[in-house]
Each structure stands twice: as C-alpha cells, then as structure tokens.
Design a protein around this ligand. Structure first.
Ligand code: DGJ
Length: 730
C-alpha cells in the first residue's frame, strides 16, 4: 500500500495490494483520472494518458482550442466550465450563478485516515495501516476550497473517497450538489449490478448491460430504503463469482443517495455516487465547511466473489466497532411473530423457559411493551413500560429471563412518534412537517425531527433511562416508514433543503452517544426488515435485521443479494413458523434452519407450540450452530450457486487457515428424473485433504473444487430440501 506523487508527470499513484489508481494534474489546474484496475508496477503515466481533439459541440476550456474538459476523464467534475456530463458538485453564488472554476492548489500525504466529522466511515486502527492523500483545489473568485480525500489501507484492494468543502471566502455560498465520488472509465463495456427490491423482497441482485445515457439508482425516501441499496458494481461482461473484473461502489450513508453511470457521446462511462442532489442544498457561510459521506471503491480481477469478500473483511473489521465487532453473536428468540402485540409477563416468561430449554441464549421483547401500545396505532415516543402487560417492569422481566440463564433484549423505534401519544401532545412541533399542511402518516406514525438538537437530547435521555433501568443486553432499533413531509420548524426558509441530510446526521449523533454510553449492548438495526441496511448504520450497529420476510425460499435470494456487499456477521436470520407470515409458504423446519443458519441465527416463533419432535430438531440446529457460528459469522464467504439463476442455491464458509469449511446446499423444487447433480466448492486449499463429516470420505481440496460434491439421493424427494456439509482438514 502506498501513495506517491510523481513530479515528472504531475501524477498521483495509489497502490493497494492488487490494484493501482492513477490521477494526473493537467495544465497545472485540472485533476484528471488516468487509471483504476489491476496492479501496475512502475507505471509509465505518459503512455497512458489519451488526449484526442474532438470535432464536436464540446466547448473548449480556458481559451485553449486544443483542450476541453468535456473530453478529459475527470476526477471530480465541476459544472459549467465546459464539462457537460454529470457534475460531481455544483455551487450557487449570492449573485445566482452556478458556475465555479476550481484549480489545483496542492496536496498532502498523511499517515492513517482522518475521521469525517459527524459521519460514519471506515477507520484505520493505527497510522501504519492506512495512508491518505488530500488534494486541494480552490475557486479563486469565491474562495471556496475543495479537499478531495483518497485513502488506501493495508490488506484491502479498496480506495476510500470523500470530499470536503470549506468556504474561505467572504460571501455565503450554497452547495446544490456535493457527491462523494466521481470517476470516468474510458469505455462502457460493463454490466451494472445493483441490489433492488421492496419491503419483504430486499436486495435482489439485478444485472444489466450499460447503455448510452444515464442509468441510476437512488433513494428519495429519507433512508437508504428497501427499493435500492447504496451499492453498485460495474463488472466485465465475462465476470462471474471467480472470474473477470469487478469494480464495487458502496456509500457509507443512510439517507437519500444517488448512484449513477452516464455513458456519454464518446462512449465513456462516468460513475458517480453520493447524497442525492434531489431536494438537497447546503448553505456555507464564510468559515463553514461540509463533509460528504465516504464512498468505498473496491477492485477485483478475480471475480465478483473476491470483491464481496473485500467488502466483508473491510466492513467487519474496519467499519463495525465495539465489543461485538468480533464476538460470537448469540442465538436469539424474538417474540414478534410469536405474539405480535398480544403478550403479558406470564407469556414471555413461558417463552423464555421454553427457549432456554432449547439452548437459546437471548430473548428479545419486540414492539408493544411501552405506553398503551396494543396495536400500531399509538404510543411511539412514550418510552415507559406498560405495567398492565409487565407488572414487574422491565427489570422484573429481565431478571426472570436471566434466571432462565438467558440474556434480555428490547425493541425501540426511537425516531418515531404516534399522534396518539403523550410525547406528541406535549410537542406537536417535534415531528418533521410543513407549516399549514396535512401531516402524512405511515403505519399510523410521524417522524421525529432528528435534525433538531432538542429532539436528539430528549431521545438520548429517554433511551438512556430505559437502558439503565434493567439488565438489557441487546437493542433492536427499528424505523418503520418512509420519510415524507420533509420540513423542519427550526430551520430558516433558505435552509429547508438541508432537512433530510440533517435528519441523518441527527440519527448518527444519537446512535453514537447511545452506543458509546452502553458498550455492553449488542445493537441490531432494523427498518421494516432491511429498509436501512447500509454501511452507515453498520458503523454504529454491527448487525441488521435482514428482512421481515422469514420465508426460507425468499430468504435465499435476500441473503444471497445482501452478501454482495455485506458480511454475514451483519445479517440476522430467524426461523419462523409455517405457514410463513409473509408468503403463506410451508417449508420444513430443517430447510428453514439451514437457511437461517447462514446468518446470525435465531427463532421468531412460539416455542411452546413446537411438537416434541420439532423441539429435538431445534435443539440439534442450535447445537450445530453454536459449534459452527464462529466460522459462519467470521469465515470467508463463497457463493457457489445463485438462487437468481435456478432451482439450486449453495454457499459456503471457509476458515482463514482453510482447514475448516461448512457448505449449505438448497434445492427449492423437486424435478422428477432430474440429472444426478454435483456442485463445485471454492476457497479451499488444493494442498489439503478434507474429511467430510458423517461419512468415511476423505477428499482433496482439488477434488472438492473441481469435481465437487454429489448431491445426496435423499434430496431428490420432496420440495424445499437442503443439506449441510462439514469439512475438516486432516
Ligand atoms: C418491523 C420489524 O421489521 C419487525 O421485525 C417488528 O419489529 C415490527 N417492526 C414491530 O413493529
């Protein structure tokens, strides 16, 4: 890992383990992109720079008839001075003009990685494991400074980018757009992969060819959202799990985002990512500054699988923080689908007793324990215990759960307020709203205005009181609606378009304080399942409820898609009752267990209703999971067969030393007289031989990765069949 400035060619050369990234200062003024791809030793930058005069409508720059920014590959393109592709930023001056002219001023290379104020970001654990390049540009007319930050980290083929604006002028300026990164590829011969979906169908892998024009994904929902995830990859046409090139772009942000590729008239592809410019602006008074969120760019020339594993390692070890970053995650039981709002202390004690006998380690009390909440129509914001349901209070219940040998966890939805609540009665102005307009409800609730410090403080106090009132070891932090009626009572008219971003900054601040104050608590984020499953939240909370859809067949696609970027240790997966509450599908307990075991495992059903035989199956699942969980939660993850391509799914987990592996194979529907099926494994050592647990088979790594494993004949009977294979090096 290194960053160098080469005087001769005025270029910056960033080296990671297996990739190289090059930029050049052209005409002592403009920062151009030269290369990002497989590692080049001693690059000859001159031989890489392509300049072609184009007979076209492109305007020339600074009076130089031979030069146009419209044809130069740009690093962080401005608007208005001849590059007419999509700009990375745009600034409005007091005189109404939106054109800037930034010129290169200088650079600094620093050890380590500076933090981004108020924003989550990847961190370096020491100054030795990262190096950061800060490139400064300045607009002479306004005095606005722009600092572009690029970090490379030891052991990761990743470039971490962000931008920092600083108004050093004398007048007020308004950012109309401030993306985190932009980069020009010299061709568009790629497929674009995004993670798209909906509530209960999150993060399905969508792959399409790039075509002329702009193709983008975005959120205007106030959160990263269920429908698109702040991630995009450009992959070579031949790219698969273990072959081809993959360029990943992931944004550490939880609000409205934009990820876009513009294929222009000259067949280049401009990739850009950042806060969605839609309904965004940010005023910078003299002396004020603005940091964009961080974009994490990962390169692999050995396939999409390697790109994912880089993200997994990075997000697991240098984004997640706190006690649970490397700790084995407990097997939980959550009462939501078991009881919904209909529970009392007795019922929960019974659930705890049953669960403990099965080997479950933590009981999560979900929605409905506070205020007078017996349905989703009231009480959000009234974070005090409902003593009619829980006469012994939270402490009484937590102690009872502890007596069963389990830990206790609690659900909150801190960002919301029900119109039918004491909080709303006392502070009707505390929600996001627009003066004199109807306040639109989602799931019968309004959204607290987290852009306000007084609201942030009040929530911090309420959460702290509850978390301090009993032994609470886990928190599920939910958020259950899209954000509408964007408007904040405290912001002046010309800053109203800052509301959505300020809201997210407020959420981050509250999360930072609460997680710091209660370091022993395992925090899990949730947003109607996976509506805010993004790297921003993972900085505060190391795991996320992957989806409200617990149907095992649907989960194959959801968990597979999610794994494109997010580590398995971030994904929570539960076995629930059948018929499934989201799809009505009936699958076997074994199949449901095998799917949920490929995540942070748990149950979401009434354990008292399980038959004796089912209880034995559950016990066996929990025993197996406890034995394997370190490998599953922290091992290297290999996708083998895609649920998006057929009836079979398979994935596996391999230990760092390659001596242990667990493989899951799933067949959704049975097909009579089908081919006798085998599938190849990955990530093992060719030098080692492995014992296949439960058999006398000793198989070489090379056989397992080339021939593979036969699918046992028993799986050719019935639908929804699965099998777990455990391998240990001899
Ligand atoms: C949505 C979550 O995704 C569910 O798991 C559950 O916690 C409900 N909210 C409770 O209201």
């Amino acid at each position: 890992m290194s960053i160098q400035f080469e005087e001769k060619t005025s270029s910056f050369i960033l080296q990671t383990e297996k990739s190289t990234y090059i930029m050049q200062i052209q005409r002592q003024k403009f920062l151009s992109h030269v290369y990002w791809g497989g590692k080049i030793l001693n690059p000859n930058v001159e031989a890489m720079v392509k300049a072609a005069g184009r007979a076209s409508f492109s305007a020339t720059t600074d009076g130089d008839s031979q030069f146009s920014l419209d044809t130069m590959p740009n690093e962080y393109p401005a608007y208005g001075n001849s590059d007419l592709r999509m700009p990375a930023y745009q600034v409005q001056l007091e005189n109404g003009s939106r054109i800037t002219d930034f010129a290169y001023e200088g650079y600094e290379i620093v050890k380590g990685k500076p933090a981004l104020k108020g924003l989550p970001s990847v961190y370096a654990e020491s100054g030795e494991e990262a190096v950061t390049l800060l490139i400064t540009l300045k607009d002479a007319l306004t005095g606005l400074k722009l600092i572009l930050s690029y970090t490379v980290m030891k052991g990761f083929d990743a470039i971490l980018r962000s931008a920092h604006f600083l108004n050093e002028g004398k007048k007020s300026l308004k950012l109309l757009r401030a993306l985190s990164m932009s980069m020009d590829f010299d061709s568009y011969d790629f497929d674009m992969i995004t993670l798209s979906g909906s509530w209960a169908r999150e993060r399905h892998e969508v792959r399409r060819a790039l075509v002329n024009g702009t193709q983008s994904i975005e959120s205007r929902r106030g959160a990263s959202g269920h429908s698109e995830n702040p991630f995009m990859a450009l992959v070579s046409k031949n790219a698969g799990e273990d072959r081809g090139e993959a360029y990943g772009f992931s944004l550490i942000y939880s609000g409205n985002f934009l990820a876009s590729v513009e294929v222009d008239q000259y067949k280049t592809a401009r990739v850009a990512m950042g806060i969605n410019p839609f309904d965004f602006s940010w005023t910078l008074e003299p002396g004020e500054e603005f940091y964009t969120p961080e974009a994490v760019m990962v390169y692999s020339n050995t396939g999409i699988g390697e790109m994912s594993r880089t993200y997994h390692r990075l997000y697991r070890s240098r984004l997640a923080r706190g006690k649970y970053k490397n700790a084995e995650r407990p097997v939980v039981i959550n009462n939501w689908e078991a009881t919904y709002f209909d529970f009392n202390e007795e019922k929960l004690r019974e659930l705890a007793k049953e669960a403990a006998a099965l080997g479950i380690e933590l009981l999560v009390l979900d929605d409905g324990w506070f205020g007078k909440r017996n349905s989703d129509t009231s009480s959000l914001g009234d974070w005090f215990v409902n003593e009619e349901k829980l006469p012994g209070g939270l402490k009484g219940l937590a102690d009872a759960v502890k007596e069963e040998g389990m830990k206790f966890g609690l659900w909150f939805e801190p960002e919301m307020v029900s119109p039918d609540s004491r909080l709303y009665e006392a502070h009707p102005d505390w929600c996001l709203h627009v003066p004199d307009r109807f306040r639109n409800l989602g799931r019968n609730q309004l959204i607290l205005d987290f852009s306000r410090e007084d609201v942030q403080e009040a929530i911090i106090t309420m959460l702290s009181d509850i978390l301090g009132s009993a032994e609470i070891s886990y928190v599920k932090w939910d958020m259950n609606r899209n954000i509408t009626d964007i408007g904040s009572e405290l912001l002046p008219a010309d800053r109203q378009m800052e509301t959505a971003h300020r809201y997210i900054l407020g959420v981050y601040r509250v999360m930072e304080e609460i997680t710091e104050k209660f370091p022993q608590v395992l925090f899990e984020s949730c947003s109607g399942g996976g509506g805010r499953f993004d790297p921003g939240i993972l900085y505060y909370m190391p795991q996320n409820w992957t989806s409200d859809d617990t149907d095992a067949v649907e989960r194959l696609k959801i968990q597979y898609g999610t794994s494109l970027v997010y580590p398995v240790s971030a994904m929570t997966a539960h076995v629930s009752a059948v018929p499934n509450h989201q799809t009505g599908r009936v699958t076997s307990l074994e199949f449901r267990g095998d799917v949920a075991m490929a995540g942070n495992f748990g149950y979401e059903l009434d354990a008292a209703k399980l038959s004796g035989e089912e209880k034995e199956t559950v016990k066996a699942q929990i025993t197996a999971y406890k034995r394997l969980r370190k490998l599953i939660q922290y091992g290297d993850f290999y996708r083998l067969l895609s649920p998006f391509e057929g009836n079979h799914t398979a994935w596996m987990f391999v230990s760092e030393d390659k001596k242990e592996a667990v493989v899951f194979f799933y067949r959704v529907l049975n097909t009579p007289n089908d081919a006798l099926y085998r599938f190849s494994l990955a990530g093992l050592s060719e030098e080692l031989v492995y014992e296949l647990e439960g058999t006398d088979n000793v198989l070489s790594g090379s056989q397992l990765m080339n021939y593979g494993l036969n699918v046992p004949a028993e799986l050719t009977w019935g639908d929804f069949r699965s099998k777990m294979f455990i391998l240990k090096a001899k």
